[in-house]
Design a protein around this ligand. Structure first.
Ligand code: NAP
Ligand code: MG
Length: 408
């Protein structure tokens, strides 16, 4: 069988620890035997980030702007112990943070659903995609503890010398205060990314906030979503029979629990933080989630939602066998390849991505899986495989599926 040819490269961002090991194995076993893989390679492994003073992360994000599609391996965000472990020059920022700041956009996460790993909510039949706004609110707040009587005000001093002021509370005893903000521009690009992603994935979009209580702050989110929808997306949604609606966050939650899934749930920053953990754990595992950053300028960066699985890596270094789940990393590749195929109109690439995903799901459904899944599956005859053996089992099934397809 001829290998599938690509016309434009993907930006490939390599990473750290156990996921770096899986990364190479996935390429060797599941990709390069079938595709003439074209990538623009950037090594975001911590050692190389340090050697380049983190310039490589910036270069990788800039390259993504040129070719539009990137796939990223999990990377270490340095903390104090990593400083000594890697003898770093600096405590570099999170690569994801750096990349998001350059590409702008929203992170969409959806569970990968497979028979045998059942959601805790029994009526959830299809994935629920969570879209989290990643700027501002309580994540960029200022707080005070006040220990004596007094008056609290919210004060804005404009550069033209005018001021705006709002009374918060008269304190006659100790208490707490918090100030936070967001920006029209950031909310607009959040809204655009959500609408665009809904169109791309042919799903309805739900958005909830608390504008009955927060009549200026949360109301601004509702107003911006409504304006962007009316001006830029209503026609396209109606053409494709998709629905956008806004309602109170309480109402959304009640509907989510009773739904069968299959929609995008847009959340403000804090709601997204909390609700994505609820959704992902109710669906099974972080290693069974897709994650993609969608920028309002049409750039896509696919990744796994979990980290570098450090504990498994140290076992691997000691020569011990690991059973690390590569599904989210494989789906990062298939997401990127499918998008590449779509943009470059290479049907074979899109079909290959579908086939590889099907091979992954069928492998698990046949009872072959990694240890993390074996612990939660409802299947009975389960074989726990090592990291490498799991990838080989997927390859075997992939070859079967491709054979079947080529025979028509
Ligand atoms: P982690 O890598 O997600 O792993 C935490 C634990 O979750 C693992 O020890 C393992 O549990 C389980 N786990 C996660 N992914 C798994 C998989 N694919 N297969 C099987 N089990 C899996 O989080 P962490 O240990 O807190 O972070 C390690 C490094 O990752 C940190 O340096 C952090 O900065 C980085 N990180 C990167 C990203 C990213 O690049 N997107 C995201 C988060 C964290 P058991 O040990 O019990 O088997
Ligand atoms: Mg959280």
């Amino acid at each position: 069988m001829d290998k599938i040819k690509m016309t434009t490269p993907l930006v490939e961002m390599d990473g750290d620890e156990m996921t770096r090991i899986l990364w190479q194995d996935i390429k060797d076993e599941l990709l390069t035997p079938f595709i003439e893989l074209k990538t623009d390679y950037y090594d975001l492994g911590l050692k190389h980030r340090d050697e380049t003073d983190d310039q490589v992360t910036i270069d990788a994000a800039e390259a993504t702007k040129r070719v539009k599609v990137a796939v990223k391996c999990a990377t270490i965000t340095p903390n104090a112990s990593r400083m000594t472990e890697y003898n770093l020059k600096k405590m570099y920022k999170s690569p994801n943070g750096t990349i998001r700041a350059i590409l702008d956009g929203t992170v969409f996460r959806a569970p990968i659903i497979v028979k045998g790993i059942e959601p805790c909510v029994k009526n959830w039949k299809k994935p629920i995609t969570l879209a989290r706004h990643a700027y501002g609110d309580v994540y960029k707040n200022s707080e005070l503890y006040v220990d004596r009587p007094g008056d609290a005000y919210l004060v804005f001093r404009a550069e033209d010398g005018t001021t705006k002021e709002a009374f918060i509370q008269h304190f006659d005893r100790p208490g707490i205060l918090q100030g936070m903000h967001n920006l029209d521009e950031s909310i607009e690009s959040f809204a655009r990314s959500c609408f665009q992603f809904a169109l791309d994935t042919k799903q309805d979009l739900w958005f909830g906030a608390k504008d009955t209580i927060s009549k200026t702050y949360d109301a601004r989110f509702r107003e911006i979503f409504t304006t962007v929808y009316e001006n830029e997306f209503r026609e396209k949604f109606e053409e494709r029979k998709l629905v956008f609606f806004y309602t109170l966050i309480d109402d959304i939650i009640a509907r989510v629990m009773k739904s069968e899934g299959g929609f995008i749930w847009a959340c403000k920053n804090y709601d997204g933080d909390v609700m994505s953990d609820m959704v992902s754990s109710a669906f099974g595992s972080l290693a069974m989630m897709t994650s993609v950053l969608v920028s309002p300028h049409g750039y896509y960066e696919y990744e796994a939602a979990h980290g570098t699985v450090q504990r498994h890596y140290y076992r691997h270094l000691k020569g011990e066998e690991t059973s690390t789940n590569s599904v989210a990393t494989i789906f990062a590749w298939t997401g990127a390849l499918r998008k590449r195929g779509e943009l470059d109109q290479i049907q074979a690439l899109e079909d290959f991505a579908d086939c590889l995903e099907q091979a992954v799901l069928e492998t698990i459904e046949s009872g072959k899986m990694t240890k993390d899944l074996a612990l939660i599956t409802s299947l009975e005859d389960v074989t726990v495989l090592s990291s490498h053996a799991f990838i080989l089992a997927i390859r075997e099934r992939l070859e079967m599926l491709l054979d079947k397809k080529s025979q028509g």
